[in-house]
Design a protein around this ligand. Structure first.
Ligand code: IPD
Length: 280
């Protein structure tokens, strides 16, 4: 039977809001980000684990039999064909420092022909049916259902029209490994003179939602994991943006580029020419 996309969107929203509230309320007012002991990292790890545990527990109640793939606790296959791809805190460094740009990302995906999800690295063969990205501090919820459009707090979203690169505000992000950061910095150094400006907001899911709402023109990042990408990519697409990889590939961990088609094309050409998807 076809899946009820609107029902999946509502479940995604419920889950993202509940986990978001838990994470928001659980952050101590005084996090010592520079404490030499492990405490600041523990705050993030503890809340990541608690958030994912809540998501898993609530899913088992609301949608027994669905699978789940989460950042912290991996893949648990289901029997219904629907798998939930969840990031319990996207933007953990912002969360740690008390910056507002972090989110809980929840997506409902189906594998090819209802097959179990292929969770190996590489091109994704999944289809995202529904996504919710909830930012508790900013008080925003971005929702999308495949074919149903995208909204922010109930208001329909539309990505910006394409404009020349030198008038584009471009979001990006960096991985955590030093070699990769070196390569990413080299790409940014060459891109910066070509665009209006660059932002590093710190939550890939919210970057994709920013493209959907026109608060960024473009976004690109290398090294995204499926839980960073799944919900936000659908929000961006349902707002009229293109979400793609390089060299004709779909968006995946090699590269994700999002924006209006006419602006994505020159950015993709630039990133391909720089080999931005093949460096460390
Ligand atoms: C990170 C954020 C960040 C992006 C990193 C991600 P996390 O997710 O989305 O913006 O640049 O690539 O790993 O670790 O906070 O869930």
């Amino acid at each position: 039977a076809p899946h009820d996309v609107q029902a999946l969107v509502e479940t995604a929203a419920t889950l993202a809001r509940e986990a978001g509230a838990l994470v928001h309320d659980g952050r101590p007012d005084t996090v010592q980000v520079h404490a030499t002991k492990s405490s600041p990292v523990d705050v993030v790890t503890a809340m990541d684990l608690a958030s994912e545990a809540l998501l898993r527990r609530r899913l088992a109640e609301l949608r027994p039999g669905d699978g789940i793939l989460g950042e912290e606790q991996g893949y648990e296959p289901g029997t219904t064909g629907v798998t939930w791809v969840v990031d319990p805190i996207d933007g953990t460094v912002n969360y740690l420092y008390g910056l507002s740009s972090w989110s809980v990302s929840v997506a409902a995906v189906v594998g090819e022909h209802g097959a179990p999800l292929d969770v190996a690295p590489g091109p994704r063969t999944w289809t995202v049916l529904a996504g919710a990205v909830h930012a508790p501090v900013e008080g925003r919820t971005f929702l999308a259902g495949r074919g149903l459009g995208a909204t922010r707090d109930g208001v329909p979203l539309r990505a910006n029209d394409a404009r020349p690169l030198d008038r584009c505000l471009v979001g990006t992000g960096f991985g955590y490994l030093v070699e990769r950061r070196r390569a990413q910095a080299a790409v940014v150094a060459e891109l910066l003179p070509l665009v209006r400006d660059i932002r590093r907001l710190g939550s890939a899911a919210l970057d994709l939602c920013a493209v959907a709402s026109g608060t960024l023109d473009l976004y690109y990042e290398r090294g995204l994991q499926p839980w960073d990408l799944a919900a936000g990519a659908l929000v961006a697409q349902e707002a009229g943006a293109v979400v793609t990889g390089l060299r004709g590939r779909p968006a995946d961990q090699e590269m994700t580029v999002a924006g209006p088609r006419g602006a994505v094309e020159p950015l993709v050409a630039f990133l391909e020419a720089k080999g931005a998807d093949t460096t460390a």
